[in-house]
Each structure stands twice: as C-alpha cells, then as structure tokens.
Design a protein around this ligand. Structure first.
Ligand SMILES: [Fe+2]
Ligand SMILES: [Fe+2]
Length: 379
C-alpha cells in the first residue's frame, strides 16, 4: 500500500441491484462476491408503492476460496498380495511442521522440505516390501497453541497451513508405500492442541459428532487431517499407554520424554531400564545403542534403543530456548530378515537433503510448487 493511501475496502453495501452497485462503485466482479441482497416495499410521496433493493459485496479472500477447491483423494492402504519374506519399516522423526509468518505474510517453514522429501523417497525405494511407517511424534509443531511459552505474532494463523501441508505429505507417503500400515504417535507438540481444548472447554473437547458417536472427537487429529481416508492411525494422547505402539516385531515405539545432555546419552538412559527394543523421537539427535542381557531362562537377549534425529531445520529457526542446537537430521529403517531378526539402520540426512540409503544416494527436493498447486494455499 502506498504511504498515506486508504486501506483496501473489504465490504461494500449500497442501495440498488447487484449490477447497479458493481457499476456505481467500480467493482471488478472477479474480485467481489455478492453476499446479501435485500428487497423491500416503500411508499412514494403520492402514495404509490415502489420496490427498493440493496446489495452487499465482500472482497473475495483468495486463500479462503482456494481452500474450498482442495480435492483430497481417498487413498486406502492396499495390503500385500503375498507377504514378502524380507520386510522393512520406516521411522520418520520429528518434523515440527509450522511456520514463522512474516509481516508480508510470507511463511518461513520450521520443517525442512528437502529432508521430508528424502523420507518420502526412501519410502518409495522400499515400497514393495515396506510393512509399516511410524511417524514418531512432533510432526506438527503447533506453536500457535502453546500455553507454556509465549506466542509471538509470527505464530498466528499457522495451524491451518501446517495441517494442510502435513495431510498432503502423508498422502505422498501413502502413494509411495501403498502396502504400509501407517502410525502417527502423539508427541508433546501435538498434545498442545488437546491441552488448549481440555483447559478451555473440557465439556466439548472429546465430543464426537452425533452421527459418528463411536468415532474420534470433532477436533481430533484424526478429523483435522482426515486420516481415515488415507489409513493413518493416530496413537494418543502423548504420554499415555494408548500413545505408544507395541509392534509384533518386538519393538516399543513412543515419542519419548527423556533427553540426555550429550549425544548417545538418550539411548543409553533408555536402555538402562528397557525390557525390549525401543524407538523414540523427541530428542532430535541420531543415536543407536545395543544391549545384550540374559532373559528369565538365562538365554541371550539382544535389544536396541534408537532415536533417528529430526527433519526440521536445525539452524535455530524452530522455537526453543537455545540459539544453537545439537540436533541432527535423519530417518530410521528397520530390516526384518527372513529369520525374524530385526536390524535398525540410522540414516543421516546431510545438508541439502541428501542421504545414502543402503548405498543408494537420494536427494530431496523442495516440493512447494506441487504443494501450492494441490492445496491452492499461498505457501
Ligand atoms: Fe517432543
Ligand atoms: Fe520434537
């Protein structure tokens, strides 16, 4: 806007038909919607009755219009036709999807789109034998919904684009790995939304719609992201037994709560009291450790603890109380050999969204133009 210029009008209301009001106010019909038309009868001076009308126009909100045109595709899981002898699982760690909204409305993402894309490429590479994917929590940052930390203006109106982008990303995973069961574990960041609801309106926070009384609550992650149509299972709340996945491969998946002071210490702490192999997120570091212990019959038991880093930016833009982070980007792959042995592989994602997965070099790309085209959101 030029200095001293009047702010753009958003609503125009005047006497006359829509065509008359459009012409009188010089409104471009492609930029203005008629939202209200009223007609009434009035008496003229001589007693005759005349019909008068008024029209109200509202400026079209391009972003809001675009949202109404999103055409999400139902993409249910397609089970394996025959179970592969050797199978894989993919673990996708903390993405912290969110943005800093600038004064000019530009959205600077917390999440690293190249790192996310490399995870999707890994899913595609393993697709025919990928049995399941675990999104390990903190996939959404939900900075706008924190009630523990301050919420700068840059966090405002960021929840909706984050929900759209995350749903779009999950669809890409579903297409890359049509046979994979997909699990999304609640992290402490997703829990922020539930906490806001519970604290502000406990009587409403867990109500399902009347026509789906046994389904998830109205403002659940399941409904916000439309998880049903892409067969993604949300496990929550964070910190509860329901928020964990005990997988038949003998592994406990959870978002995690403990963070060690230095690299290696988080998995070490976890192994100290672990009864089975554990995979968790939350730490944003890439760590794997192993332990060999006798079981109750004195037989050798091998377990591991692993956390696979993060796929958010690590340059300090993700809100936290530190200017520098000891964080690494990565992803995890589990290989289930034909004899049932499960082996974890930590894959480092290096700058530029590059990763070597079982010897194959993958380079992630920024998918923003596809995201814009598919969601019509002005990212
Ligand atoms: Fe976390
Ligand atoms: Fe996190």
């Amino acid at each position: 806007m030029a200095p001293g210029a009047a702010p753009a009008r958003e609503v125009v209301q005047d006497v006359g038909t829509p065509a008359e009001v459009l012409e009188r106010h010089n409104l471009d019909p492609s930029e203005w919607h008629a939202v209200r038309f009223k007609e009434w009868e009035a008496q003229k001076k001589g007693g005759a009755i005349q019909t008068l009308c008024s029209s109200e126009f509202r400026r079209i909100d391009k972003a809001a219009e675009a949202m109404q045109r999103i055409n999400w595709q139902p993409r249910p899981r397609v089970p394996f036709r025959s179970t592969p002898a050797k199978q894989y699982a993919l673990v996708v760690p903390d993405a912290q999807i969110g943005y800093s909204r600038g004064r000019d409305e530009t959205l600077t993402p917390y999440h690293d789109r190249r790192a996310i894309d490399v995870c999707i490429q890994a899913a595609q590479m393993l697709g025919d034998s990928l049995a399941f994917i675990v999104f390990c929590g903190d996939m959404l940052d939900c900075a706008e919904s924190t009630r523990t930390f301050s919420r700068p203006a840059s966090t405002q109106r960021t929840t909706w684009p984050a929900v759209l982008e995350w749903r779009w990303i999950m669809e890409r995973f579903r297409m890359a790995a049509p046979h994979a069961a997909c699990y999304w574990l609640a992290g402490n960041h997703e829990q922020r939304i539930q906490r806001v609801l519970t604290d502000a309106a406990p009587e409403l926070s867990d109500l399902p719609p009347a026509d789906d009384a046994t389904g998830p609550p109205l403002l659940s992650m399941e409904r916000l992201c439309g998880l049903d149509s892409i067969d993604v299972h949300y496990l929550g709340p964070y910190g509860s037994k329901e928020g964990e996945l005990f997988h038949p491969w003998g592994i406990r998946f959870h978002h995690g709560q403990k963070v060690g002071a230095k690299g290696g210490q988080s998995v070490s702490k976890n192994l100290a009291d672990a009864l089975c192999s554990n995979i968790f997120g939350h730490v944003h570091r890439l760590e794997v450790a192993y332990a060999t212990r006798p079981d109750e019959r004195g037989q050798r038991r091998d377990i591991f603890a692993a956390t696979f880093g993060c796929i958010c930016h690590t340059d300090g833009r993700v809100p936290s109380n530190k200017p520098h982070h000891d964080w690494q980007q990565g992803l995890g792959i589990l290989t289930r050999c034909t004899d049932g042995w499960v082996e974890p592989t930590a894959v480092r994602i290096r700058p530029g969204g590059r990763a070597a997965v079982f010897g194959q070099e993958l380079t992630g790309s920024d998918y923003i133009s596809d995201l814009r085209a598919d969601t019509n959101y002005p990212y």
